[in-house]
Design a protein around this ligand. Structure first.
Ligand code: COA
Length: 175
């Protein structure tokens, strides 16, 4: 029973290196591509995690990515998550708005999201379509990120603003 459940969760995921560590409820909707690096860890309790890649979309997880409970990640075009990225509980990373604001809204609904290496995204954050987050940066809890974030900064708030520069030694890895 447990094996069937794990296989169901991993159904269709590309596996590179070690198998992902999935706990609790992890729903994977794979219609596009999903690439997984080494040591992906997803915690689906007490809140379920939903990972989606729609038809023609690409979702990539680097090595040593940690996804906490209640997170939603949906690629409708492209989401790239770097190595050693930590994603806090109930955070949303959706690369599409899905809906138009009004009839004058002709904007692209889906825009790629890139999250660099060593990024820590706190709890209850929303990463909006088209955003790039630079290496080593930290997104404070309850932030809404609607603009690109440079490398090595702490940002916070809604919309997120730079709070301060971070001190990052060469070769440092976020744990
Ligand atoms: C950002 C954080 C790590 C604190 O970092 P810090 O360097 O110690 O920052 P400080 O507490 O010194 O605050 C620095 C400034 O950022 C502001 N700030 C801190 N957290 C913030 C947040 N979540 N949203 C908006 N502003 C925030 C502070 O008000 C302060 O502003 P001020 O200088 O105008 O007073 C912490 O507040 C945080 O958000 N942690 C995430 C915790 C979490 O989500 N855990 C889930 C498990 S992954």
């Amino acid at each position: 029973m447990q094996l069937i459940s794990v296989l169901y969760k991993l159904k269709g995921m590309y596996k590179f290196g070690k198998v992902a560590r999935l706990r609790g409820k992890v729903f994977v909707n794979k219609f596009g591509e999903i690439r997984v690096g080494k040591n992906l860890s997803i915690v689906g309790h007490p809140w379920a995690v939903q990972i989606t890649s729609t038809k023609g979309a690409n979702l990539t997880f680097g090595d040593n990515v940690y996804v906490n409970a209640g997170v939603g990640i949906a690629a409708n075009t492209k989401i790239v998550i770097g190595d050693n990225v930590k994603i806090g509980p109930r955070t949303s990373i959706f690369d599409s708005n899905y809906h138009r604001v009004d009839s004058a809204d002709k904007s692209e609904l889906s825009k790629p999201i890139t999250i660099g290496n060593n990024v820590w995204i706190g709890a209850d954050c929303t990463i909006l379509p088209g955003v790039s987050i630079g290496d080593n940066s930290v997104i404070a809890a309850k932030s809404t990120v609607n603009k690109n974030v440079p490398n090595n900064v702490l940002v916070g708030g809604s919309p997120a603003k730079i709070i301060r520069e971070l001190e990052i030694e060469d070769g440092w890895v976020r744990e």
